[in-house]
Each structure stands twice: as C-alpha cells, then as structure tokens.
Design a protein around this ligand. Structure first.
Ligand code: AMP
Length: 507
C-alpha cells in the first residue's frame, strides 16, 4: 500500500471536476496543483516536515482540501481547527498539539493572529501561499517518501475527563477508514456528494470528502447548513449521495413541512433521485427515519462510528435497513461486545463495543496512559453499549454518563462544568444530557448560586458562547440550593436528569 494512494484517483481523473464550492468548480488537476503549492510553502527548503503539526482554519471547500493534501504531502500532521470554536478552544489545540504552523484564509486571520503570536506559530495565509509559490507540475508530490505508518491527522474529541483529546491517525488508518466505506457503499468515480458538515470532525473529513476524493468523484460544498438551500440543491439534480447527522434531517423535515405543496413536490422529487442517503454520529430517532422515508422515498442508511475508529458498523447498501439498528461490521473491521470482565457476551446481553482493525487510531496525542487504558487485549473500548438482534447491532448508549451527544457533536459534561465554575454567579454546577428528538440530547445545567444571587438562561448562554463552542452552551437551566451528592461526595447525575424530565401526567 502506498501512503499517497488517496491521491491516485486524483492523478487519473486530472481534468475531471473534484470540488465545487461557492467560488466555483475545481478540477483534480487544480487541487493537486494547489496542494503542491501549499507543500512547497510549508517545506520552505526542508525536504520533510517530519510530522510537525500544522493547524488550519479554513472554510469547507476547495482551499480546505488543498491545504489538507499539501500538509500530508509535506510530511506534516494535519490538525483542523473548528471554525466556530472560540479562542480558548483554538488555543487548547495549539498548545496541546504543539502546533508549529497555522494556515488560515485571509478573512479568518484576525481570529488566530494573537494566539499564533502567543504560541510562536508561523501564520500563513492562503493568499500568501499562492503569491509565494512557484508553479509546479501537479505530480511533484508523488516523489515524497511518506510511509503509511506515518502520523497524518489529529482530530480533537471530547472524552469523559477534562479538555478535548487529540485523536491521532496514520495515513494507513485514514485509508482503511475510507476504503471500508468505498467498498461497503459502492463509491464510484461518477458519484457526486453534497457536503454540509463541519470540517473538524471525522464525518465530514473521512466519510464525505475523503471517500469522494478517493474514487475521483465530485464533492460539492454548501458554505453552511441551511435547510432551504439543501432542498433547492436536491431539486436541481445531479447529486448521487448525501450524508448528515440526525439533527440535520430533523431540520430538513421541519422546513419541508412548512413549504407549499408545490415546493414540497419539487423538493421530494429531487431528493428521490439520489442513490444513497446516510445518517450517523448520533442515534437516528425512528420517527425521523420514517418521516424522511415518507417524504423522499429514501430509507436512510444508519451507520455507527467514532473519531477513534472511523466507521465500524453499517446497515447494508442493498438489503433491509432496520429502524433503530446500525447494521453489521464493515469490511476489515472486527467488532466484539464484552462485559466488565472483558468476556465476550451473547447477542442478547448488553456489551461494550470493542473494535480492532487497520481503521483504529494510533494514540491520543501526548496521553500514553489514557491511550493504554482505552485498549483491552488489543481491542479499542468504545464506551458504547449494544446488543445484537438477528445479526444487527442496536446501540443502547454510552456506559459513561458524562458524554453528551448533541446535534451530532460529542461533548464532555465535565469540560463544560469546568468552564461554568469560573462564572462569578456559579458556586457549583452539574451538566447532564437530556434526551431530545431534534438534537439527540440537549445540554442542561443545574447550578448553585452564591448567597442572594441567581441566574437566567439567556445571559448564561451568551457568557458561555464567549468561552465554548456554541453547541456546548447549556440550553436548559435549573437553579437549586444544593446538588444531590452521595456519601462519597459524588454528584448524582440521574437525580439531576430527573429535574429536567417532564413530570408524569396526572392519573
Ligand atoms: P464522534 O467521535 O464525535 O463521532 O462520536 C462518536 C460517538 O457517537 C459514538 O461513540 C457513539 O456514542 C455515537 N454514535 C455515532 N453513531 C451513532 C449511531 N448511529 N447511533 C448511536 N450513537 C452513535
């Protein structure tokens, strides 16, 4: 296997369109050309970046892909930054990954200029790269000697403790994650996918952009998610694939329900023409699956995966896609379920999903003990519990109470609590996830205020958004005199969840 296998289809498809974004359409040749320029500027007379971390803050689209490829071709580790992340979160990544260079679009330079200076990162904007680089043949990068076992990417993901952890994948891991999906979902060079997902998360990076580029297909980006724009794009035709999180499907359904009958007809007819629509990153509520099928004729394919492993389980491309189930292991991915003692359990017994295979990440960046603890007997422990029902996996939830899934994002309650505790009107707090049909879960907080003070939701949300990504800001608040704790002083989260649950109907 060649570490640059991802670029092979690009070379063979050179004149074909690769990416469409709001600036226009770009061929594979242009993508390779621009990646070669990024590589040349990053290398700056060196022959290999030797796994230096290169962070990048770039809107989804052609420049994003060119910078990602340029970093890989220069031998760096690509570390995407979240566009909506506030400064403290960006800074955490720069510091934790010891980033040497940040590549940024000119319009976003202001967002990182001061932290780049503080952390002594070289700051390069994409316009400077274009101006500085000498035009090179698109094939130059194939002369690199990067081997598949070299580290390629760090994605930051929330764990059950503290700040987000950096998940490190090698070129071989990335290729294995992509190839499992290319194989299972029959990706082909004439595929054309619509991309509406963030580009600092595995879903958008691997499942959508990565797969499309691997087969020489077309990846079309919408600048940001907007339900009307997505429906209009379906109606214009020419797409074959769409992938999104359950929250996006819920928003599309809500927009469709508000449209006129003529518009509904046009939108539905457009969506019907795609060959495959996929949902994942959080549990797909059965009513969403059913409503989507009734308005588009598309039975969503639900799959299960994680930043650390790529995708592991998938419903079939051809065959029955059972509601509430995430299907079977993907090609080359080994999956088992175990009890606390690490013994494999029978189908009906809930067990923790463990995964093995070339798709499994290498390590958490700079956290060897956490990495070791996340494996047992060579299997990665996902923390998700499932049963198997006639061969298909059904996810029951996480075995940790402190991970919240909201709108397709996975966030740590503890991380939010740490930030909230710095609020002058918060003495103590506990964050929990509350089940919600639209978001999967909503972030709820129970706070204790110091004497005579109180808090209301909207000002608290505004305060949070200056310090945390917006989706981490609590959308439910309860003020109490004290938090329920057990004899060991541990907060009792089930009791806190109950505070937010609707009261039972009167008899
Ligand atoms: P992330 O690393 O952000 O992609 O989050 C991975 C987590 O999302 C998994 O550990 C699961 O808890 C959850 N997840 C992903 N796909 C599904 C699914 N189809 N059903 C239920 N949970 C899912």
């Amino acid at each position: 296997m060649n570490s640059l296998a991802l670029f092979q289809a690009a070379l063979q498809s050179s004149s074909r369109p690769a990416i469409i974004d709001r600036q226009g359409a770009y061929s594979y040749n242009e993508l390779l050309q621009q990646a070669a320029e990024v590589r040349q500027t990053l290398l700056n007379d060196k022959s290999d970046l030797r796994e230096a971390r290169v962070a990048f803050l770039i809107e989804p689209g052609f420049e994003y892909a060119a910078v990602q490829w340029g970093i890989w071709q220069a031998g760096g580790i690509a570390t995407p930054l979240g566009l909506k992340h506030p400064t403290p979160e960006l800074e955490h990544v720069l510091q934790d990954a010891d980033v040497s260079t940040i590549v940024v679009q000119p319009s976003l330079k202001e967002r990182v200029a001061s932290i780049a200076l503080k952390h002594r990162c070289r700051l390069l904007d994409t316009q400077e790269i274009a101006a500085q680089a000498t035009k090179q043949p698109a094939t130059t990068q194939l002369t690199t000697n990067i081997t598949p076992d070299r580290r390629a990417m760090i994605l930051y993901t929330s764990g059950s403790t503290g700040r987000p952890k950096g998940v490190v994948t090698t070129h071989a891991n990335i290729l294995a994650q992509i190839d499992a999906l290319v194989d299972a979902w029959n990706w082909h060079f004439d595929d054309h996918i619509l991309h509406v997902l963030p580009m600092h998360h595995i879903h958008g990076i691997i499942n959508v952009l990565g797969c499309a580029m691997r087969v020489g297909g077309v990846c079309e980006f919408l600048p940001s998610f907007n339900a009307q724009d997505v429906w209009s794009r379906f109606a214009r035709g020419g797409l074959s694939l769409f992938m999104a999180v359950p929250t996006i499907y819920a928003k599309l359904i809500a927009a469709w329900e508000q449209a006129s009958p003529a518009t509904q007809k046009e939108w539905s007819a457009g969506a019907q023409k795609l060959r495959l629509m996929v949902s994942g990153s959080a549990a797909l509520p059965i009513p969403t699956l059913e409503t989507w099928e009734s308005i588009t004729g598309q039975r969503l394919l639900e799959r299960y995966g994680m930043t650390e492993i790529g995708m592991a389980l998938s419903n079939p491309l051809d065959g029955v896609r059972r509601a509430g189930h995430v299907g079977k292991p993907l090609p080359q991915v080994k999956v088992q379920r175990t009890n606390e003692a690490g013994e494999v359990v029978d189908d009906k017994t809930p067990g923790e999903i463990e995964v093995q295979g070339p798709n499994v990440f290498q390590a958490y960046w700079g956290q060897s003990e956490v990495t070791t603890a996340s494996f047992r007997n060579g299997w990665f422990r996902t923390g998700d519990v499932a049963v198997v029902d006639q061969g298909d996996y059904r996810i029951l939830g996480r075995n940790s109470v402190d991970i919240i899934k909201t709108g397709g994002y996975k966030i740590s309650a503890l991380e939010i609590e740490d930030v909230l505790r710095t609020h002058p009107q918060i003495q103590d707090c506990a964050v929990v996830g509350i089940p919600d049909e639209e978001w999967g879960e909503r972030v709820a907080v129970n706070v204790v205020c110091p004497d005579g003070k109180t808090l209301t939701l909207e000002p608290l949300r505004a305060w949070c958004k200056e310090r945390l990504a917006a989706y981490k800001a609590p959308s439910l608040l309860k003020v109490s005199e004290q938090l329920p704790r057990n004899a060991m002083g541990k907060v009792q989260k089930p009791q806190i969840r109950a505070l937010f649950s609707p009261s039972p109907p009167p008899n």
